[in-house]
Design a protein around this ligand. Structure first.
Ligand code: ZN
Length: 257
């Protein structure tokens, strides 16, 4: 079985560290090389590889320094993207065998936040970068709302038990928005209480699961009539045509919340 630990970086990023033997580690989206190196030294592990979800600097900024420190031959997996020249193993949607953790990952193409965004599903653990957050989703910087909703549906069609490893600790602020949009949702209110307790003790709120997100994440619940009514009341609008339009309006609302 693989084990996964969060390496906190910057203000609210998590760099996920994956290992099977507690000796060789893969890291996902190492924006900060120093945080990774400290973690590896502390746990006496060597860096076996790097997985990248998309090109933003807080996910890729540490690659070069990590290669210089730990070995220039360390494989760097990621999307084929002109923004990430350090990628040595370009991947696209489909199966990917990762030698050093002896595991097969499923790569999902999930454009929306950026056009090059991918996710890795490894033995029931989903590393989804900045596409899905607990209680929220990424901003749409490069894609369209259609692309983002397609990408989120691709994720939510995975097994409900899939563990979701988001790249940021945004859960509490996402909850503040979510309870505003979905005030009748009891499971959301309960989750918000738990999230507040965790954050008051400076504890992580991740990983989440697909099952949990489908219950509490308003961006995955745009077909809910109560959420649709709240969106229409906010703007005000009579009615929108489809789920994607509600999603786009909700994303716009959150961007300005
Ligand atoms: Zn990003």
């Amino acid at each position: 079985m693989i084990s996964i630990k969060a390496i906190p970086a910057f203000q609210d990023n998590y760099i996920w560290c994956i290992t099977r033997d507690n000796k060789h580690a893969f890291v996902v989206d190492p924006g900060d090389a120093e945080a990774v190196t400290q973690h590896l030294v502390k746990h006496q592990m060597s860096l076996a590889g790097i997985l990248i979800t998309h090109h933003h600097a807080d996910h890729t900024g540490g690659i070069t320094e990590l290669l210089n420190t730990h070995g220039l031959d360390i494989p760097v997996y990621g999307p084929l993207s002109r923004h990430i020249p350090q990628i040595t193993q370009p991947v696209s949607e489909g199966e990917l065998f990762i030698k050093n953790i002896n595991s097969t990952a499923e790569v999902l193409s999930i454009p929306g936040h950026t056009l090059d965004h991918i996710a890795y599903l490894i033995e029931g653990h989903l590393f989804c970068g900045d596409t899905l957050f607990s209680g929220g989703c990424g901003r749409i910087f490069e894609g369209t709302p259609e692309q983002m909703t397609d990408s989120l549906s691709k994720i939510t069609k995975l097994s409900p038990e899939t563990m979701v490893y988001c790249a940021h600790e945004y859960t509490q602020s996402n909850m503040e928005f979510a309870v505003h949009v979905d005030p009748e949702n009891k499971e959301l209110a309960e989750y918000f209480n738990w999230v507040k307790q965790q954050r008051n003790q400076n504890q992580i709120t991740l990983p989440s699961t697909i099952k949990q997100e489908l219950k509490i994440n308003p961006f995955l619940r745009c077909d809910n009539p109560l959420i649709q009514q709240t969106i229409c009341r906010e703007y005000p609008l009579n009615k929108l045509e489809n789920k994607t339009q509600y999603f786009a309006q909700l994303r716009k609302w959150k961007d300005n919340f």
